[in-house]
Every structure is written in C-alpha cells, then in structure tokens.
Design a protein around this ligand. Structure first.
Ligand SMILES: [Zn+2]
Length: 467
C-alpha cells in the first residue's frame, strides 16, 4: 500500500460501531469522488462516460439492485483495473478497456465490482469489527485513496487492515468476498446477455501476461490474486453455461480505440494506426480508421482527421452509403469546430441528434458548435431542453456559463458556474460563484433574490445533520 498523507484524508467524523448506513456509504463515496476528480485523472469524455454507464446499468438491471444508486466513471490510466467504492461509485481504468479482447471481458470486471457494492462488502467488513472495535471513517477514506492510486480492490484489504483484524482473518474475509463477487458477478453477466466465459478467459490471458512481465502485472491481478482455486471455481461455474460467443458492439470497438488513442496521444497514435491499417492487422477496419481519425484530431490535424473519418464511414458501409454511427458524427462535428466551420458543425450535429436522439455527446456537440458560432439564442434553447432531461448534468451548466459569458451577462454566468460546482458537490467554489454573481451590477430583482434563495437553500442542506 502506498502511504497517504494525513492532510489528504477528508474528514468524515466518526462511524458508529454498528457498521455503515447507506447514507454514510454514499457520503464516503462522494468524498472519495471529489478527491479523485481533484486528482485529475477522472475523464469527462461524454462518449466513454455514457458507454460505461450504459453497460453498467444493463448489468445492475440484470443484478436487480434497483434500490442502490450506481455511477460509473472512467480514469485515464493504462493499468488494467477497476474498483468499487461505497455508495455505488465504480471507477474503470482505460487500460481495462484497451486490454480487453471482447466487450464481455470489460463487462465481467464491472459485474464483479457491482457485486462488491451490492453485497456491501466494505460495510460488512466494518460490521465484522463490532467486538469493541472503534473505527474512524478516515481509515476508510485512506483505503479509498489508496485504491485511487491504482491499487484497485486493495480498498477491501485496507479496510480489513484498518479495522485491526488479525492477518489471517483479513485474508479469509477478502478471499471470501472475492469469491462471492466472482460468483454473483458471473450470474449477472449471463443474465445481462454477456458471455459468462469472458471472466475466465480474461483472467487467464491476464495471468499469462502476468507471467511474461512479472514486474508489470496488471493491478487487477495484483489485487485479485488468481489462485488456482479461484480459477477452477470460475471455470467450474462457467462450464455450466453453454453459451455461443456474443459479438462485440460497434460502440465497444470505437470506445476501445478512442481510449487507446487517448492513452497513446496523437504522436504515437497516428503511426500506430497507420501501421495497423497498412498491415491489415485488425478485426474491424472501421474501428482502426476511427482510431486514426481521432489521433489526427488530437494533433489538430483536422484535414487529415476528416479524410480518415470519411474512410471510416466508407468502410462501415462497405461501399454502400447512408449508414453512420453517433461516434463518427460526433468526431465529424468536432473536426468542423476545430476547422472553425461552425455553421457546418452545427448542421452535422443537428442532423445527427435527430438520427441518434439517445446520444448526449451529440447534444453537447450541437451546443458547443452554436456557442462557437455565436448562435447564442439557439444554444440557450438547447441547453434548457437538455436540462429538462438531465437536470443534474454539470456539463450543461458549464456550457450555460460559457454561453452567458459570451453574451456578456456576468451575473447569469457566475450563477451557472455555481450550479456547475453544486452538481460536482464542490460547495466552497459554488458559494464563491454565487457571491460573485450577487456582486455584479444590475437591478434584476427577481434574479438577485433567486440566487440569494439558492444560497440559503444550499447552506441549510449543508448544515442539516442527515442531509
Ligand atoms: Zn474484487
């Protein structure tokens, strides 16, 4: 475990002896999320975020854990890893997506982490210490921060250690929790329509990789030692499932290349994809061409990005025309914004949002194109429409702030920026923004009093003991 400085540990007060309440779990998770966000590796890429949440919620629906809230978030990190925190927050490293050969392999790890949450493993560890043991929530935070530092499920072991359990007891605890997460995870995987064998094949491949590069073992393996017993347990269960292979979604293939391109950066990505395409080393040509286009985009080589994106479209349609994909359209519109062709970008996004209404990324793109093109009234209307659907979306408020800034409406700009921070649960900067809003010249009495009322409401919320 990496040492964590005391100053880094958020102050949660003390936890009672009878274990964590659901509310306490949520608060610990939210605190840890703030720490991770401040750490800078959390990604706000709207396509990767929504992909993980779609996959995650398909699994939680299958696991029938509707009473529990789940949030899935990506971290730009090459380690093959994922981790669960109390409150249903599940972090997924891009390395896990990049190293997976099939979509079901990513799903198998998510299903395992979902089981840690649904079985309340961390809370149960604390329940197990009732025998006069007194524990501060700070040691749980410490465990979570260690997890964030790339140690994955080490959180589980650290909590056990923090409770002062004897070493053998700790090992028994974590081993039985891992077995339970594997067992329940595999059932969930099958119910959700993924390949239940994926967990075994993925672990086997990681283990082989592990033997080849011993000092470079993926974190998920280090924190999930694949003992022969665990492997054979998993194998025995998966033999019960006679399943035909499940094809990967095109979205997974795109998301994997986007993650890889982001990990590599454009400088490495362009030659990598150029070689892969030249040597025809691909299972899916369209995804490789998308990876090349996106790598050019990262380097702001917009003309090259556009050409590669068009070739991706051609390969998607295999000569025929008409079909597209929301991620190709998002890239196309983003390239046009990069080129300064805002009206064309707006048109691409406008048409794509009609064709693919489920894509939130396309809505962001449309608003960005409208703000960039100074079409502020249209941007405002779209932001308001989107907020009806997604009222807790911080990124819409961020765009609203930008839109008002461009309009020169400072009071509403600071108000929107404040609402953005509220949605990230960063209350100190939120109050700063609201105070700035109140200090702006203007005599819109209605607006002023609504901001004052919002400040009062948030202060009351913060001061109430139960929240
Ligand atoms: Zn685990």
């Amino acid at each position: 475990m990496q040492p964590v400085r005391a100053a880094d540990i958020p102050d949660f007060g003390d936890v009672s002896q009878q274990g964590l309440s659901t509310q306490q779990e949520r608060e610990i998770g939210e605190n840890a999320m703030r720490q991770i966000r401040r750490g800078g590796t959390m990604m706000d890429d709207p396509e990767i975020v929504s992909y993980l949440n779609q996959m995650g919620h398909r699994l939680t629906d299958a696991a029938e854990v509707s009473d529990q809230q789940f949030t899935f978030f990506p971290l730009l990190d090459t380690n093959v890893n994922a981790f669960a925190m109390p409150g249903g927050f599940i972090g997924v490293h891009t390395g896990l997506i990049v190293q997976a050969q099939h979509e079901s392999e990513v799903a198998s790890v998510l299903a395992h982490e979902i089981a840690h949450v649904s079985q309340r493993h961390i809370a149960r560890l604390i329940d197990g210490t009732k025998s006069g043991m007194w524990l501060s929530l700070g040691s749980i935070a410490l465990a979570l921060l260690a997890a964030q530092a790339g140690h994955g499920d080490a959180a589980m072991a650290a909590v056990a250690a923090g409770t002062g359990l004897a070493v053998q007891k700790q090992l028994d605890f974590t081993y039985s929790f891992e077995q339970e997460a594997d067992r329940i995870g595999m059932q969930t995987l099958k119910k959700a329509g993924y390949d239940p064998n994926a967990m075994v094949t993925f672990f086997e491949r990681l283990q082989k990789h592990n033997r080849l590069y011993e000092n470079n073992a993926p974190d998920f393996l280090r924190t999930h030692p694949v003992t022969y017993k665990r492997m054979s347990d998993a194998q025995a269960r998966s033999n019960e499932f006679k399943f035909k292979p499940i094809p990967d979604s095109l979205e997974f293939l795109f998301i994997r290349e986007k993650s890889r391109a982001l990990q590599m950066g454009g400088r490495e990505g362009v030659p990598y994809y150029t070689n892969m395409i030249a040597e025809k080393r691909f299972a899916n040509e369209t995804a490789q061409r998308y990876g090349l286009a996106y790598s050019h985009y990262l380097l702001r080589q917009y003309d090259l990005a556009w050409a590669a994106m068009q070739e991706a479209k051609t390969s998607l349609n295999k000569g025929k025309s008409g079909k597209s994909h929301p991620m190709l359209e998002f890239l196309a519109g983003s390239i046009k914004i990069g080129q300064g062709q805002f009206a064309q970008a707006e048109q691409i996004f406008q048409e794509a949002t009609l064709q693919f209404p489920a894509s939130r990324a396309l809505v962001y793109g449309l608003i960005d194109a409208q703000i960039a093109g100074n079409n502020l009234a249209a941007a405002q209307a779209n932001i308001n429409d989107a907020l009806e659907l997604y009222p807790s979306d911080a990124w819409l408020y961020q765009r609203m702030a930008k839109m008002y800034a461009q309009k020169g409406d400072l009071m509403r700009q600071y108000q929107a920026q404040g609402e953005y921070y509220v949605r990230l649960q960063e209350y100190a900067p939120a109050f700063e923004q609201f105070d700035l809003a109140l200090k702006q010249p203007g005599n819109d009495f209605y607006l002023l009093s609504s901001i004052e009322a919002r400040i009062r409401q948030l202060r009351e919320l913060q001061n109430s003991p139960t929240k």
